[in-house]
Design a protein around this ligand. Structure first.
Ligand SMILES: C[S@@+](CC[C@H](N)C(=O)[O-])C[C@H]1O[C@@H](n2cnc3c(N)ncnc32)[C@H](O)[C@@H]1O
Length: 219
């Protein structure tokens, strides 16, 4: 890995206008949205947060089941695409929010107590997983649910650019341990999707994507 920053917003800025045209991404977002919706908490979430919303492929689907969603991302161009969709669809319950979450304290800027937190394919872009999850936990209401989709531990060749600073997926047991140490309960995993793609080495690989759900206890 080179010394470039973990928050490579430029990379996502450049991809934003064509993000949705990629069929693999669309299939992934569809599967993840369905998995998140199937595992929604009982009762409509009133104050939700999505971190790493991108162009809103998952956001818009999940927001149909939520009262209000803060959609956070560090790429202004990804957020611009989401804003265009919001305008075109006259969507009123999504609040696109620019924020760089690579410093976990930045979660404080969101300054709210969320009753539902969700995300797709973004946790591997956040440098310190444990610190970030602790910050999220602090900004969740008692009884709140977290629902995170991301890559299972991969071979290190998933991302096209070797210089991109990312976690190479997550080992489910290690991630569960981090959540439990943070205070979450009822951590459970399911496989939401399997990405079949030609990796950086030119080999077609199978990359499973989990959905992790957990709950912040009531007390
Ligand atoms: C792989 S994309 C996934 C986008 C979207 N969830 C989807 O499924 O299409 C990762 C997203 O996380 C955002 N991201 C990466 N690092 C971030 C950070 N430090 N803070 C906030 N967002 C970040 C990127 O800008 C990008 O939109």
């Amino acid at each position: 890995m080179t010394n470039i920053s973990w928050t490579d917003a430029d990379r996502f800025d450049k991809k934003a206008s064509e993000w949705d045209a990629n069929a693999l991404r669309a299939a992934l977002a569809d599967a993840v949205s369905r998995a998140i919706i199937a595992h929604l908490p009982v009762g409509q979430p009133q104050n939700s947060l999505e971190f790493g919303c991108g162009t809103g492929l998952v956001t818009i689907r999940v927001a149909e089941h939520c009262a209000q969603v803060t959609a956070a991302d560090s790429s202004r161009e990804m957020l611009n695409v989401l804003n265009e969709k919001i305008d075109a669809g006259a969507i009123r319950n999504i609040k696109p929010t620019f924020i760089d979450l690579s410093a976990p304290e930045s979660v404080d800027e969101l300054g709210e107590s969320f009753d539902f937190v969700f995300s797709s394919m973004t946790l591997h872009h956040i440098p310190d997983t444990a610190r970030f999850l602790r910050q999220l936990y602090a900004h969740m209401a008692p009884g709140a649910t977290i629902s995170i989709a991301d890559l299972d531990q991969e071979d290190g060749f998933f991302h096209d650019d070797e210089a991109e600073k990312v976690h190479h997926g997550f080992d489910r047991n290690s991630l569960k341990e981090i959540l439990e140490t943070t205070g979450f309960i009822n951590a459970a995993f399911m496989t939401a999707h399997i990405i079949e793609k030609k990796n950086r080495e030119g080999r077609t690989g199978s990359y499973p994507v989990f959905l992790l759900t957990a709950v912040k206890p009531m007390s």
